[in-house]
Design a protein around this ligand. Sequence first.
Ligand SMILES: Cc1ncc(COP(=O)(O)O)c(C=O)c1O
Length: 459
Amino acid sequence: MNVQSPNSWDAIDKKTLVHPYTDLDAHAERGPHIITRAEGIRLYDADGRSFIDGVAGLWCTSLGFGEERLVQAAAKQMRELSFSHVFSHRSNTTVIELAERLTELAPDSITRAFFVNSGSEAVDAAIQIVWYYNNALGRHEKKKIIGRDRGYHGVTVAAGSLTALPYKQNDFDLPVNDRFLKVSCPHYYRYAEADETEVEFGARLAREVESLILAEGPDTVAAFIGEPVMAAGGVIPPPEGYWPAVEKICRKYDVLLICDEVVNGFARTGNMWGSETVGVQPDIMTTAKQLSSAYLPIGATLMSEKVYEVIATHSPKNGIFGIGMTYGGHPVCAAVALETLKIYEERDILGHVRALMPQFHERLARLGEFDLVGETRGAGLLGAIELVSDKETREQFPPATKAAPTLYSHVFEQGVSCRPLPGDGFGICPPLIVTADEIDEIFDGIEAGLKTARDALRS
Ligand SMILES: Cc1ncc(COP(=O)(O)O)c(C=O)c1O
């Protein structure tokens, strides 16, 4: 594949990522979009319009809306035990059962769970666990964490230091210090060099990780974090061979591998975990969102026995492993998460996702026939298109065109809600209970929106 000129690193940083993917002017004019109710995978707004959910809320409403079993699970738990903390050797049966179920489901390398309230907190806890782990081992210099350009890991001061998107870091004084390092985004279509194959590109980016570790000094680098398939930065599946090569490098330099599964987890990419899809065994995993199908806020930081043993052995020195939060492991959220996992199993959600993948990817690939669409990409029931003004050169629309928000509006006119993404990406991520007919409805809406948006964008 011959990658043309606007792909230099500088050009991308300045041109691509500052592309607006929210039309603030339009929002100011219209005011917020008020949603009043939802059922199944359809939402209803204050203007009486109904539309189909093409992005699972915010990559999270896997079981759709109005799932009575989740409502009942919450009500039952509220009656039985509406709160109990998980500090100082106190726990509750619901959160214990959830931890057991979750670690059974997790890759073999993972044996322990720590509960939080969101994906950002899960990443924050992962970072603190990494630092604590290295202090416990007396490796006080081994603290740097490598993230990736366009990676999304949440918004707390620490997690936001790894979210390498301008809107999260500009003017927030992030990254907060020089413990947060960054390597290139593994997006072949946009960042490969001319005549570089996908495998060569993946190998080059993995070498970049190794070069950075060596340049910083392996004794200072503690962890590498990545979404197996990047989501909010543009939905970017990794190039072939990249992740296994990164894992090998991490093992070589005793760098912990953190897979951020907040979007990928629970069948989204066609396997239970994104780490399975890309073929790695993480030391630490973060999850949230589809853990409770977004019915209640809950997240978890999962870790290997090796990591757990070190922090558990060290904790008595401080009296407590001090990152607990009042609502971490909240029994009502845990009950809903547990019921969500039961539903995934009973309804074979993973099998359902796999059965729909050929249709989803066939429809996604067809979008590539539109002259506005430079690339189609995805994994499992997660996909995106990238809008370009010139398919040959891959040149993007000028930022003022607001190409992705424009497409969003045109697709919404068709009764389908998807998500504009950085770099003029347009994300498609239906709830996992979507049916074959609903997949057609979503893609029919996007095709119709692309036709009308074309006229608006080309005029
Ligand atoms: C991969 C990933 N990690 C972390 C987060 C942060 O999760 P939350 O918004 O629940 O804090 C997100 C949110 O979209 C995410 O996509």
